[in-house]
Design a protein around this ligand. Structure first.
Ligand SMILES: [Zn+2]
Ligand SMILES: [Zn+2]
Ligand SMILES: [Zn+2]
Length: 466
């Protein structure tokens, strides 16, 4: 009799565990990714149909594992990379505008001069920081001098894996559009006919959406750091000139008449399509093909990183409904839960308002850029004293004594402060919570000004200011 019971338990246990973990992820720990729930959501039949494709693609990529080296361990990267203060990392996730932003940075550093013979492939002049497929190229040397200063690096590493003391540019693109772009790109490199829905299963079930959204939240919390330049992909498309100008300023390059205009032109979709072969990774693909032992029929026609009909927004609407709903639900569980924004549109508007305000104020040296204190006769020195002792929006980190914005004290304690007690002290602090009084505030600058300047923060030693 025990035998039968045991057999039944063995038979019933795995499915019940799967159901339990799915239910837990759906209603309980909604900020944790669950592969089981994703399979259920996308459809079991759909998932089964993608299995042969998954096997097919991993079989194709199998020979590469021994050859491709990715430096994703932060300590190993610190050790191997002889960093300079002015080094610039374009740390943009795959298919989110990396190639275009690299072209912007490169053209800015060469003063807008376009010389068609300067490079055969973008990777000739810009190495990939962590290696990855670029490690197949003998020229990918992260410590070498580059054709111009500052040195520029391409990277797909997350905020947490990158060194904090170098300049970093980040750009977030609507994930539905990223998936469609990724599908075109991967299918072309591997010469595969993998259908979109099978490709989606491969991307969504292992938790790619969750990782991308959590990383974006990390960047957002550090968007005002002096070493970070934050972009939304659609803002770059809508106002390229303003974006190029921001990059120029961030790189500390002198403004020359006509430079920004020139670089806008040289990084346009039209221009980069005309010089398609410089941006299609053909050198890496040749290496990949060599290792895999495949020969492409006829002339190699790569979709490349600048797709002829790509570079726009909204192509993600072509995804099946289940995938769209999954992505939107993950947004609510991760981004809305952590930062309060219901969707990308709302987040972009908040960002645009912040930038408009800081532009207005930075032009005016007699106004404090944090609290808005205005004094027409103020000197730079008096303003520094204001920041150091009085400004109610700022506070001194009790561990390292740096003066920082109250709004960024939480992320500072968690990710940056060198004092060992700092991170534990912020462990149960929610990002939308005030680190001084623990009240629920929000995540935009407007929320923080209301809390500190209007309502008054009970835990702020500087009160509502002078
Ligand atoms: Zn102030
Ligand atoms: Zn500190
Ligand atoms: Zn407070």
């Amino acid at each position: 009799m025990w035998d039968t019971i045991l057999r039944r338990v063995i038979w019933v246990a795995p499915p019940s565990l799967a159901v339990a973990s799915g239910v837990r992820a759906r209603y309980w720990a909604t900020d944790e990714h669950s592969g089981v729930l994703a399979i259920w959501w996308l459809g079991i039949w759909q998932t089964m149909r993608s299995v042969p494709w998954r096997l097919h693609l991993s079989w194709q990529l199998r020979p590469l594992q021994r050859h491709v080296e990715t430096l994703s361990d932060p300590q190993e990267l610190q050790k191997r990379w002889q960093r300079r203060v002015e080094d610039l990392v374009v740390a943009v996730p795959p298919k989110s505008g990396t190639t275009m932003l690299l072209q912007v940075c490169h053209q800015l550093r060469v003063g807008g001069v376009w010389d068609a013979s300067a490079f055969e492939d973008q990777m000739d002049v810009i190495p990939m920081l962590e290696g990855g497929p670029a490690s197949l190229l003998p020229t990918n040397d992260i410590n070498a001098e580059q054709v111009a200063v500052p040195r520029i690096y391409k990277s797909h590493l997350s905020f947490r894996r990158l060194p904090k003391s170098c300049k970093r540019i980040y750009c977030f693109r609507e994930l539905k559009d990223v998936l469609v772009s990724d599908w075109h790109f991967t299918a072309s490199i591997l010469e595969s006919d993998v259908p979109l829905d099978a490709f989606l299963v491969m991307r969504l079930v292992p938790g790619g959406i969750d990782r991308a959204l959590k990383d974006m939240c990390d960047w957002w919390e550090h968007r005002h750091d002096p070493g970070v330049l934050f972009f939304f992909f659609d803002d770059v498309l809508e106002d390229k000139a303003a974006s190029v100008e921001r990059v120029r300023e961030f790189m500390g390059l002198e403004s020359k008449p006509g430079l920004v205009h020139q670089v806008v032109e040289q990084s346009s979709h039209r221009f980069m399509c005309e010089h398609h072969s410089k941006f299609d990774d053909h050198k890496i693909v040749q290496e990949l093909d060599r290792i895999r032992g495949v020969k492409r029929e006829g002339k190699c026609e790569l979709v490349g990183k600048v797709r002829k009909s790509g570079g726009r927004s909204g192509s993600g609407e072509a995804l099946p409904d289940t995938a769209i709903q999954w992505i939107e639900w993950r947004w609510r569980c991760i981004v809305q839960e952590r930062l309060g924004f219901r969707d990308l549109q709302e987040m972009r508007s908040a960002w645009a308002a912040e930038q408009a305000r800081s532009k207005l104020i930075s032009a005016d040296l007699s106004t404090c850029q944090f609290c808005g204190m205005h004094n027409a006769e103020v000197t730079q020195e008096a303003m520094d004293v204001h920041y150091w002792r009085e400004c109610p929006m700022l506070t001194q980190c009790q561990y390292c004594k740096q003066v920082i914005e109250i709004a960024t004290l939480g992320p500072h304690l968690r990710d940056e402060c060198e004092a060992p007690q700092a991170a534990p002290s912020a462990q149960d602090l929610r990002p939308t919570q005030c680190p001084l009084c623990r009240a629920e505030v929000g995540s935009t600058e407007e929320d923080w000004r209301r809390h500190i300047l209007q309502e008054g923060c009970a835990g702020n030693p500087r009160g509502k200011g002078p």
